[in-house]
Design a protein around this ligand. Structure first.
Ligand SMILES: NC(=O)C1=CN([C@@H]2O[C@H](COP(=O)(O)OP(=O)(O)OC[C@H]3O[C@@H](n4cnc5c(N)ncnc54)[C@H](OP(=O)(O)O)[C@@H]3O)[C@@H](O)[C@H]2O)[C@@H](O)CC1
Ligand SMILES: [K+]
Length: 503
């Protein structure tokens, strides 16, 4: 699914209106109907509804929604904020269309806003994608009032005063929505962790924008949904044998962190790899042979920390490195040896990222087009530098992937996969239960297994994060978010892959 800018969305709206020979107010009606349909499924008609409308088409949506909710038996109070003289044409048409019983109140000063009861619902239709400067004065005061209310807050299209695709200026208040219901496509702002408290739970409802126009509109930002993950997954042919699915080497573990190696190895095996060899310090030999009997283990001569690679690297299709390896000097030397000698793709995680981040020499040795990094935000910061906000971090991600010609999975809610071409694919699966030790090791195992099976590096990253999050979502249904541990994800990997195979 594509993520379009506010300007591109406006162009899609206009194109659709022309192409389908409808009036813009008809498209607004579709949007209002789609919103109302979602709303009816969420809130019973005994809830009092307060709709705050601004002067543009977002306010027009609010008026149409008020009319539709009124027709469905809700008690609706409409509050129009500001000067209706300057209102948009479709706003005016919808103002006229309001039934007499819904008497809109024009609010010209913040003190005049009614007290909204705690069990009511506020619909925020002040501003949508047409916001073009920070709100001040009356609007800012109203937003502050709305935020103070205990009522449930539902934003139409986007919470008011939040910029759609760039950093919102610090000046001005933003509506803190519990739910955001947006039209046709999600917005970039929804996918950034810094907006979690403002957007709440977001939903996208279709309004029939022209699919051909959207397909032809260029964008760097995409969201990987079930459909695209299913298309990425390759079914196994009946004539395949274990050699078909590659031989992965996982270089992992150190004394006290052998669990990371076990998790990565088990996840790799549960993600379809043909053969798996583990390289771990000698202290891990018995642990790994016992916990992961399907894998072969080649022990390092060093007892507690990795100091060298296996003699032959040629048999391996892909090498994953990092889970639990620590940052000893000997291990850094081994990472250097790996970058200098490996010709196959590398999946680089955890302390292997930290070791590379701390050494310009190692960074300069990164082979082009063959590396996948899987950092969490702190590791990304060490690798690519500090950034002031999530938008800047996305830019840095694009620059970094271009500079090193690498792929990078920036882990978090809506993990972002960056490619050397500067494209970013956000993930749509996963939950807060996965923010716990070891889930990153599981991801490394999954992605390594997919690369071993000849997935392109881009497909391995996108499918890997999707299936990892899906396993987390399936685990959540059983154990909830609080009690979830990384090995729950491994238990649910089979179901997650099965789900992707269902048409
Ligand atoms: N296009 C379509 O067909 C469809 C669009 N749809 C809906 O339309 C929404 C976009 O509508 P929109 O473009 O009219 O913008 P919107 O967000 O209502 O605000 C613009 C108004 O606000 C004003 N204004 C801006 N910033 C301000 C500030 N800081 N402080 C004060 N005023 C400020 C600005 O005034 P001006 O800049 O001219 O002074 C203008 O009057 C979109 O989010 C979706 O909900 C759906 O119905 C589907 C079909
Ligand atoms: K809004």
């Amino acid at each position: 699914m594509k993520i379009l800018t506010a300007a591109q969305t406006r162009a899609a709206d206009s194109f659709t209106i022309n192409q389908q020979g409808i009036a813009s107010v008809d498209l607004m009606e579709r949007a209002a109907k789609a919103f109302t349909c979602w709303f009816e499924n969420k809130f019973r008609p005994d809830k009092a509804i307060f709709v705050f409308c601004g002067p543009g088409n977002n306010g027009g949506d609010g008026l149409a929604v008020a009319r539709l909710l009124h027709a469905r038996g809700y008690v609706v109070q409409v509050l129009i904020v500001g000067d209706t003289e300057k209102a948009s044409a479709d706003f005016r048409l919808n103002l006229k269309a309001l039934p007499q019983e819904v008497k809109p109140v024009v609010v010209t000063e913040a003190v005049a806003t009614p007290t909204v009861p705690a069990d009511a619902v506020i619909v925020d239709a002040l501003f949508g994608t047409g916001l073009n400067r920070p709100v001040t004065g009356l609007y800012a005061a109203i937003i502050a009032n709305i935020n103070e209310s205990k009522a449930c807050l539902v934003a139409i299209d986007i919470p008011s005063d939040l910029y759609t695709d760039s950093q919102t200026p610090a000046a001005g208040a933003v509506v803190k929505a519990a739910y955001t219901v947006s039209f046709e496509l999600p917005k970039l702002a929804f996918l950034l962790p810094q907006h979690e408290e403002l957007i709440g739970e977001w939903h996208v409802v279709p309004i029939g924008l022209d699919a051909g126009f959207i397909a032809a509109t260029p964008t760097s930002y995409h969201l990987t949904c079930l459909n695209s993950a299913q298309q990425l997954l390759k079914p196994r042919s009946k004539f395949s044998h274990k050699g078909t699915f590659g031989h992965a080497l996982l270089v992992c573990g150190s004394y006290g962190k052998m669990g990371a190696a076990v998790l990565a190895a088990q996840a790799c095996l549960r993600s379809g790899v043909g053969l798996l060899t583990l390289r771990a310090p000698a202290a891990g030999y018995t642990v790994l042979q016992t916990a992961v009997p399907e894998a072969m283990t080649l022990a390092d001569t060093n007892k507690k920390h990795l100091s060298s690679l296996p003699k032959e690297l040629a048999p391996y299709t892909v090498i994953g490195v990092g889970p639990g390896i620590g940052q000893e000097k000997t291990t850094r030397a081994m990472v250097g040896q790996l970058l200098a000698t490996a010709s196959q793709p590398l999946v680089i995680d955890a302390d292997a990222i930290n070791l590379i981040a701390g050494s310009d020499k190692l960074k300069a040795m990164l082979p082009k087009g063959k590396v996948i990094f899987t950092p969490h935000p702190k590791e990304f910061e060490r690798l690519a530098g500090k950034t002031a906000n999530n938008y800047e971090r996305l830019e840095r991600l694009q620059e970094f992937c271009r500079e090193f010609s690498c792929y990078l999975v920036l882990k978090g809610s809506h993990s972002a996969v960056g490619t050397p071409e500067g494209t970013i694919y956000f993930n749509s699966t996963g939950n807060a239960g996965m923010a716990t030790g070891g889930t990153g090791d599981v991801l490394t195992g999954i992605i390594t297994a997919l690369v071993a099976q000849q997935y392109s590096l881009e497909a391995a990253c996108r499918l890997g994060v999707y299936v990892h999050g899906l396993a987390g979502d399936l685990a959540k249904a059983e154990v909830g978010e609080i009690a979830m541990v990384a090995s729950d994800l491994i238990r649910y990997l089979p179901q997650a892959f099965q789900k992707l195979l269902q048409v």
